[in-house]
Write a protein that binds this ligand. Structure first.
Ligand code: UDP
Ligand code: MG
Length: 313
């Protein structure tokens, strides 16, 4: 039987430090998988250069050959969009794709296992890390808090799974039908509904180069995830308003009782305090509304997610 064509999609942003080693390891793995007849001869690695400012693209071009391709995006569009660009390019001729980060923190030896699950009929296989021992304390706790918060907010995602996953062509085709600009792939993929499975692996530390996810990027990623999957925060504003209303009624009752007893109302300190407190809360609620309105604004414009500058096969 003809073996499936595999495309390993690797988004890269300023990854000159890790790319040579990454390519060496991925190529060795792909060669071994082809030799073992696990995947077809036409399988390839697809590096997506997400508008890097360093030597990432020249390195990618240098690697291009029989089993390596390069897709250069015209500018930096972020990890999720770059990954989507790679998947959209790969679905033209690949039967199955595996997405993985350029730093190879995810164990590439899980890939053959994923492909075996695909061969038994799975459309989506999630790479899930066994533990987060390799992460820094900050990264570990913030990531765990993030997952919990996301689930509480109604945006379900697979726990301890990032973007290391296998997807069949029909799963990628289905994913491409989701036309949204604020992409949050780990929330979207579970919505596809195809048969899924999991492969567990140990995540190692980043060998070289720096994490491209700064605290600011992580926060905006989290906001993207919540606002594109849940309207719960909007509902929470209502409850907050209700609580405030109750508090103000209690204050009114207190004032009436105080007046009846001839004690007068305590001075301006309490007044100022409550004005600032309520003002702060109102502004915070407005900002939640603004986050949604902002998303409606970007979605409404239907701008393209990325532009391809070059595709080297
Ligand atoms: N990345 C990207 N565009 C960006 C930021 C990151 O394509 O704007 C890529 C990056 O090159 C890497 C992957 O996304 O392959 C994950 O980034 P990183 O390893 O820095 O994130 P972390 O593992 O620290 O969460
Ligand atoms: Mg990483």
């Amino acid at each position: 039987m003809e073996k499936s064509t595999l495309a390993i999609v690797v988004p890269c942003f300023n990854e000159e430090a890790v790319l040579p080693q990454t390519n060496e390891r991925l190529l060795a793995l792909l060669d071994a998988m082809i030799a073992a007849r696990l995947v077809g001869q036409g399988s390839y690695i697809l590096y997506v250069d997400d508008g890097s400012h360093d030597r990432t693209w020249p390195i990618v071009e240098g690697c291009c050959g029989t089993h390596v391709r390069g897709l250069k995006l015209a500018g930096n569009v972020g990890h999720q969009n770059a990954l989507m660009a790679g998947l959209e390019a790969a679905r033209a001729d690949a039967d199955v794709t595996v997405s993985i980060d350029a730093d190879l923190q995810d164990d590439i030896n899980a890939i053959p296992e994923m492909v075996k699950k695909f061969d038994t009929g799975c459309d989506i296989v999630y790479g899930v890390r066994r533990s987060r021992k390799a992460d820094s304390f900050f990264k570990r706790t913030s990531a765990q808090a993030f997952y919990r918060f996301m689930t509480d907010m109604g945006a379900k995602s697979v726990y301890n799974h990032a973007d290391f996953r296998l997807m069949s062509r029909r799963a990628v085709d289905a994913l491409c039908q989701y036309d949204e600009r604020n992409l949050y792939l780990r929330g979207l993929v579970p919505l596809l509904g195809y048969q899924t499975d999991t492969v567990y692996y140990d995540r190692s530390e980043r060998q070289m180069g720096k994490s491209k996810y700064t605290l600011g990027k992580m926060i905006s990623f989290a906001v993207d995830g919540i606002t594109s999957f849940s309207v719960k925060p909007l509902r929470l504003i209502f409850y907050l308003g209700a609580v405030f209303l109750l508090i103000s009624l209690a204050i009114l009752a207190y004032v009436i009782v105080a007046l009846c007893q001839g004690n007068g109302v305590p001075g301006w300190a309490s007044l100022m305090l409550s004005i600032w407190f309520v003002g702060g809360c109102v502004l915070m609620c407005l900002s939640v509304l603004a986050a949604y309105v902002g998303r409606i604004y970007t979605e409404g414009k239907h701008r393209p997610r990325y532009h391809v500058e070059k595709y080297v096969k």
